[in-house]
Design a protein around this ligand. Sequence first.
Ligand SMILES: Nc1ncnc2c1ncn2[C@@H]1O[C@H](COP(=O)(O)OP(=O)(O)OP(=O)(O)O)[C@@H](O)[C@H]1O
Ligand SMILES: [Mg+2]
Length: 384
Amino acid sequence: MQISHSEAVRLFPQGHALGDAFCNRENERERLKNCFLHNEHTVIVAPRRYGKSSLIRQTLIDAKIPGKRIDLLPATNVLFINKAIKLCFSELINQISPKTKNAKEKLIEFVKKLHPKLSLSFFGQKVEISTSQSPEESVIDLLAGLDTAAKKLSKRVVICLDEFQQAGLLKDHHSMEAAIRHAVERSTNITYIFSGSSRHLLNQMFRTKSRPLYHLCELMELERIKPEIYFPILSERAEKQWKEKVNSDAIQEILNITRCHPYYVNALCRQLWKMPHSPKIHVVQKVWFDYIETQTNWITDDLGKLKPNQRNILAALAYQPIEEPYSNSFSERVKIGASSIHKSLDILIENDFVYRDNDKKYKVLDPAIETWLNQIKYFDFIED
Ligand SMILES: Nc1ncnc2c1ncn2[C@@H]1O[C@H](COP(=O)(O)OP(=O)(O)OP(=O)(O)O)[C@@H](O)[C@H]1O
Ligand SMILES: [Mg+2]
C-alpha cells in the first residue's frame, strides 16, 4: 500500500497539535473556553510536552476569540517582554478594530496615551504605536489601552503568556510582575492565561505571598490524555490508514509503552504510520526501542546531571514504581537511608524526573528515560 509520510507527520506532529491532529481534551477545552469568556485569568501548569501550547491554541480556535500567544522562552530581559507585549497590542488592536479608516481613527482616541498612528500596509490601514516610558510603565499602558479599546468595541480578547516562568527568572522581574498584576487586576475585557512547565517556579510566582502575582489566577493542572480516550482515536486513525482490521493489542501497547505521554505517543505513531501494514505488538516494541536508541545522547546528558543517589532512585522507580518510597524495603532496595531518599526524591520531583501518578505511585515522568534505564544501559552508564 502506498503510504504518505506527510500524512503521518500531519496526524502526529512533533510541534503543536491542532485540528484533527488534536486529540480530545474536551473537558479542558470547555473549561478554558469558559475562562476566556468570563475573564477568569488562569495558570496552566504541566510538565514539558504535555500539550499546554496545543490546548491553548486549539481553544482559541474553538472559541473564535481574538487571541495572541506570547512565547517567553527566549526572554532574557524585561525589554523582551515589553517588545512582545507591544507587538501583541498592535496585532490584537488590528484584529478587533473596525475596518474603515474613520472608525480606526475614532478607536485611536481611546489609546491616545500610546501615541498611536495609522499606517498603510498591504492589508489596509494598520494601527501602530510607539512608547517611550520604562518597560514596566509601557506594559501597564499598553495592556490598559487594549482593554479600554476592547471594552469600547464590546469585544473580548485573550492574551496567553506561555513559558511564563521565564519572566520570574529575569533581573528586575519583581517590577515587571507588579506591572502585569496591575494590568490583570484592572482588566475587564482581556483574559490572561499564564502557562509553563516549571511547577516549582510558577508556584513561587503565584503562591508566594511576597510575590506580586500572589493569588491572581485560577490553577489548571494538565494531566496526560487517558488511555480510554486515546484508544478509540488511535484505532479509528489506524483503520482509516490501513483499511484493514487493526490489532487492538498493538494499539494498547503503543499507549502502555509511551505511558500516554502525548509527545511520545506522537513520536512513536509517526514512525508506525509510515509503515505499509498496521503494526503488531512486536513491531510497536521494536520501533520504540529503536527510537529510544536514537535518544541516548540527551538521556545520558540529563542523567549525568543527577547525583548518584538520585540516579539510583530513578533507576529503581523505572524498574518498579512504588507507593511508599520512604519505607524500609525501598531503602534497603536502593541502599540509601530514608532521609536521603526524601531529599533526592524532592529534587527529582521538582525537576520533573519523577511524578506521583493518580494511583499514588511514584513513577519516572519521561517514558524515554524510563525505557532507557530499564534496558540495562543504566549499568553500562554508571561504569563509564
Ligand atoms: N491534545 C493533543 N492531541 C494530540 N497530540 C498532542 C495533544 N497535545 C499535545 N500533543 C503533542 O504533544 C507534544 C507536545 O505538545 P505541546 O508543544 O503543545 O506541549 P507543551 O506542554 O506546550 O510543551 P512545552 O513544554 O515543550 O512547551 C507535541 O508533539 C504535540 O503534537
Ligand atoms: Mg509549549
